[in-house]
Design a protein around this ligand. Structure first.
Ligand SMILES: [Zn+2]
Length: 263
C-alpha cells in the first residue's frame, strides 16, 4: 500500500465500476487506498464501510473531496464524533424518532444531512450511507445499490429489510428536522433554509403515508416534539435518584423544567 498525496485522484479511479466490499478486498484496489488517521467527520462523506478484520483500518470512508481511505476508528466511533461538528450529534434524530415512532435503525440527521445505517444498533461497526450525497438507489438481490451525485456507485450488503421503506423513513427524518427549523425560522419573520447537497432527501416530500402526516405543521407541534423528548430525558436522568422514587423525582424535574419556560 502506498500513500496517495493527491487524495482526490483516487476517487476517479473508482468511477465506472461499483465499489463493493468484494472489490475493495482486491489487492489492486487496496493499493489505491490510503490511510487517513486524523480524519475529522464532515458532511461530505458519501459512505462509511465498517471493517471487522482488516490490518489497514477499522473502516473505509468514501468522501466526495478526500477520496477513498482507511481510518483507525469504527464507523460507530466516527459517527459518535459528529457532535463535535454540530454540537448535538444524535439528539435531533432521537427527538424525531420518538415523534415518528420509528425507533429502529436511527439515522444521523441534521437538516438535509442524513446518514443511514445499513444494520441495527447491535452491530458495532455497520455500514452507513449519506442519502444527501446520493441521487439514485435500487435493490439488487441482497445488495443495496446507491449512485452518488458525483457518479460513484456503491453497493452495500443489505439485510432483511425493504430498502425503499428504509430510505423513505430516513428521508422523513430530514423532512421533519427541516420543517421544524423552517417553522421556527419563519416565526422570526426572516431567512429561508438553503438548498445544497439535497440528494435523495427531497424524494418523498409528496408522500401521503401515515407517518408523513406526522411532519409538524405548526410551531406548537415543534415545541411538543422537543418537550416530549426532554420529558423522556428527565425520566431517564431520574432513574438513579436516591431516597425518592423515580416517578416522584421525574415529576418534580419535569415541573421545574416547564416552570423555567414561564416568566
Ligand atoms: Zn411517506
Amino acid at each position: 500500500m502506498f500513500i496517495i498525496i493527491e487524495a482526490k485522484l483516487n476517487l476517479s479511479l473508482f468511477l465506472g465500476t461499483p465499489i463493493t466490499r468484494e472489490s475493495l478486498s482486491h489487492q489492486a484496489n487496496i493499493d489505491r487506498l490510503y490511510v487517513h488517521e486524523d480524519f475529522v467527520v464532515d458532511n461530505l462523506m458519501i459512505a462509511v464501510l465498517g471493517l471487522d478484520d482488516c490490518p489497514y483500518g477499522k473502516s473505509i470512508v468514501i468522501h466526495a473531496k478526500l477520496g477513498v481511505f482507511y481510518t483507525d476508528r469504527t464507523s460507530r466511533q466516527l459517527f459518535n464524533e459528529y457532535h463535535d461538528l454540530n454540537g448535538v450529534g444524535f439528539i435531533p434524530a432521537r427527538q424525531i424518532a420518538q415523534h415518528l415512532n420509528l425507533p429502529d435503525h436511527l439515522p444521523l440527521v441534521y437538516g438535509h444531512v442524513v446518514y443511514m445505517p445499513m444494520a441495527g444498533k447491535r452491530h458495532k461497526n455497520p455500514d452507513w450511507i449519506g442519502l444527501h450525497m446520493v441521487e439514485k438507489f435500487r435493490s439488487q438481490d441482497d445488495l443495496a445499490c446507491f449512485t452518488a451525485t458525483n457518479g460513484i456507485e456503491i453497493h452495500l450488503p443489505k439485510k432483511q429489510f425493504d430498502l425503499r421503506t428504509k430510505v423513505h423513513n430516513a428521508c422523513l427524518f430530514a423532512e421533519t428536522h427541516l420543517q421544524m427549523w423552517a417553522l421556527e425560522v419563519s416565526s422570526f419573520g426572516k431567512f429561508s433554509p438553503l438548498h445544497q447537497n439535497v440528494g435523495l432527501t427531497d424524494q418523498f416530500t409528496a408522500c401521503l403515508c401515515d407517518v408523513h402526516q406526522l411532519v409538524p405543521k405548526t410551531l406548537a407541534q415543534v415545541s411538543s416534539i422537543r418537550d416530549r423528548h426532554m420529558d423522556k430525558l428527565t425520566r431517564d436522568f431520574s432513574r438513579n435518584d436516591i431516597g425518592i422514587d423515580s416517578a416522584e423525582a421525574s415529576k418534580e424535574k419535569i415541573r421545574i423544567y416547564h416552570k423555567m419556560k414561564h416568566y
